[in-house]
Design a protein around this ligand. Structure first.
Ligand SMILES: [Zn+2]
Length: 381
């Protein structure tokens, strides 16, 4: 088995453009497959959909729990504003720069390093380490969904940029498109119409009051839910009373809230609005695509406890936090798998120009993954 340098592996991964859509996930999977096979893993690269692959690598040490390390192969488009080529990774100031360096190829490189370290140390005597790298996390999460259909594991660590902090909960989102319906008329005779845009102003006030109230629903790990009007569109001509106005709202949900409950709250607000503003009416016309629901793994779950013990044993902080954005954890929790999230890189650089990951965090994450996996393999039934 060849020693594995985290930084050079990460540079190789970043140099392979796996932009979703259209990028080459299989090339990234190929490099990881080579590294894991060299460490003695049984490796499979599964093309599960047009342009998308999942990588599954298993190292069996004996009977016992199956603990998974997971992250994603795809990256978001580079976008504008880079000071260098997004796919020609550069190392400077103790950081690796490039698209995907933090989200989430830094996690993949650190996880592969941890697998190599676990094998080299030879301390594990039971259970199976499952390393998976999935396609399409950034757009449709189809890779994670295909994975859980065919793979059984007892616990999962998802690699996403958390600044190497252990997270066990994340928010979800629902995006109702609200339609305010009035009546069109010539703008020279506005009394003949019912102005949907003027009506929308009252609706926005009601939504703002509801948003203030949501501040009370503080979740200990993710913070409070939020409600943000994000798109507005209305009117039909510069000389007409607008008959319609569409407002799209981004509503972030915390663990414990469900899409049904949140939708019902919106419907109550809209019913009150329609009653007080007749003949104006408002309704939910559609739901814009969103990232899916919130999820959490209970703080007293044995896997969460094992991860905390593993981290504290190597001198890392062992307190649990929550993530304000979504990730594949939602799919794994949906399949009933106790899941935590941890990875190198800061949330703030995700999807931005000049994305980078600090090298010290890469190395800390590599040690953290090993410590958590070894502890879980020892302690889980
Ligand atoms: Zn990610």
């Amino acid at each position: 088995m060849t020693p594995l340098d985290t930084v050079s592996l990460l540079q190789r991964l970043v140099a392979l453009d796996s932009t979703n859509p259209g990028g080459d996930e299989a090339a990234v999977a190929g490099v990881l497959a080579e590294v894991l096979a060299d460490a003695g893993a049984e490796v499979e690269v599964i093309p599960y959909a047009e342009g998308h692959v999942n990588l599954v690598a298993e190292l069996r040490f004996g009977p016992g729990p199956r603990v998974m390390l997971n992250s994603h192969l795809d990256v978001v488009p580079a976008g504008a504003g880079w000071s260098a080529n997004a796919f020609a990774p550069e190392v400077r100031e103790g950081r690796v720069y490039g698209r995907g360096s933090a989200d989430a190829k830094g996690s993949l490189a650190a996880m592969a390093g941890a697998v190599v370290d676990i094998v080299a140390a030879g301390e594990v005597t039971r259970g199976t380490v499952v390393f998976t790298a999935v396609g399409d996390e950034e757009v449709g999460s189809t890779g994670a969904r295909a994975l859980v259909e065919n793979l059984e594991v007892d616990a999962c660590i998802v690699g996403e940029p958390t600044g190497v902090q252990l997270l066990a909960a994340h928010k979800g989102s629902l995006r109702p498109v609200i339609e305010v319906i009035g009546r069109g008329a010539h703008a020279a005779a506005p009394h003949n119409g019912v102005n949907a845009i003027s009506g929308a102003a009252d609706l926005l006030d009601r939504l703002a009051r509801h948003a203030d109230m949501l501040g009370d629903r503080l979740h200990p790990l993710t913070g409070a839910p939020t409600l943000t009007p994000v798109l507005i569109e209305g009117g039909q001509a510069p000389n007409a009373v607008p008959e319609r106005c569409l407002i799209t709202v981004d509503r972030r949900m915390v663990p414990g809230e469900t899409a049904e409950q949140v939708r019902a709250e919106f419907e109550r607000i809209l019913d009150d609005f329609s009653r007080d503003n007749a003949p104006l009416t408002a309704r939910i016309a559609a739901l814009a695509p969103s990232t899916g629901g919130p999820s959490e793994t209970p703080a007293d779950d044995p896997f969460v406890l094992a991860c905390r013990l593993g981290l504290s044993a190597i001198g890392e902080a062992d307190d649990i936090g929550g993530l304000v954005v979504n990730c594949d954890m939602t799919t794994f929790r949906g399949a009933g798998i106790p899941t935590v999230v941890l990875g190198p890189g800061e949330l703030g650089v995700m999807h931005a120009a000049d994305e980078y990951v600090p090298i010290d965090q890469l190395e800390r994450a590599r040690r953290a993954y090993r410590a958590m996996v070894e502890r879980a393999l020892r302690e889980l039934p």
